[in-house]
Write a protein that binds this ligand. Sequence first.
Ligand SMILES: Cc1ncc(COP(=O)(O)O)c(C=O)c1O
Length: 383
Amino acid sequence: MIPLSVPQLAGNEWKYVKDCLDTGWISSAGSYVNQFEQLVADFAGVKYGIACMNGTVGLHIAQVVAGVQASDYVITPNITFIATLNAIKYTGASPILIDVLPDSWQMNLALLESFLSQESELKCINGQWNSYRKEDGKRIFAIMPVHVLGNMGDMDKLQELATAYHLVIIEDSTEALGSYHKGQHAGSFGKFGVFSFNGNKIISTGGGGVIVTNDEALAQKAKHLTTQAKVSAMEYIHDEIGYNYRLVNILAAIGVAQMEQFPTLLENKKRMDDYYRSELSEIGDIEFQMVLPCVVANCWLFTFKTKYMRELLDYLNSNGVQSRPFWLPMNQLEMFKNDIYVTENNNSNEIYQTSISIPSSAGITKAEMAIVVQTIKTFYSKL
Ligand SMILES: Cc1ncc(COP(=O)(O)O)c(C=O)c1O
């Protein structure tokens, strides 16, 4: 079976893990943690990085530090992985789900703008301007764009809306290490960005995340909260409810080795994307995800639309090519059925009904890609 997306561990992973084992520094302190978070921050062009257990807890902490309250709304796209929504719910806040564009699959900002202009009002309370939903008076505090599949939407427009409506930007850039909008790296547009290093990402620590920010005080606060809010190196004194969300040194060691290979793996991904796009462009009714000319995407997981998605999915999986459907839109999940969903055409559902992801490991070989392409061509030739 050609796998969907598996890690490529061809560098110094063994060496650095052995170093942890040999020295006994396997746990919550150690030099690899600092190195890894700085490598990720530097790559993203952001000043500070805070390593944590995974992207989900990173999104949680970023919201807590940004000031999201249980009574707030957080705006996010209706097409995302469940973790985005879970992290919002951990804070107690409620999501406002925005439908996505049918071609790029990113949040529809025109739809968001008309929602905000019609259904919210700006108020200054205790010297702080925020948007409030007219219907229930609840604060609309943050916007969490998700760079779906490593693609990016119009970040100029997103920032313009965030400024006009006083929204704090927290980027779910978990899938977007190596993606740029007008030369600016994903995760660097707002107060916080969060990256994930789980097993299916371009590089992996097994499980891991890094929160990035340009604000030193926010970085310190995030570090403090992810490490049990301990105020003294010696004494067990804690000044608030903290979390044990830190990344352990042995996983950060893998992360350092992975970051060393990241530029090469990113190039492989781009070659893979070029190959799939050129080989599959005329096949059946296949429609690719649109990437804006000002975006350089990291090509994380190759996904396309076809009305034969279900049949193709069965065919590929039973012919040695691991493939997956797309996420069920958030508004269709039981837990979020009663949350606000802003839509005109329900593009999210159309994308869900038609999209399929095909093998995209950073280490995928040309021979494997040729098999994937040939299997897809055979499927369409039989229709
Ligand atoms: C869009 C999105 N958000 C959040 C996450 C959560 O990251 P993690 O799996 O590291 O918790 C992921 C990755 O799995 C993701 O794809």
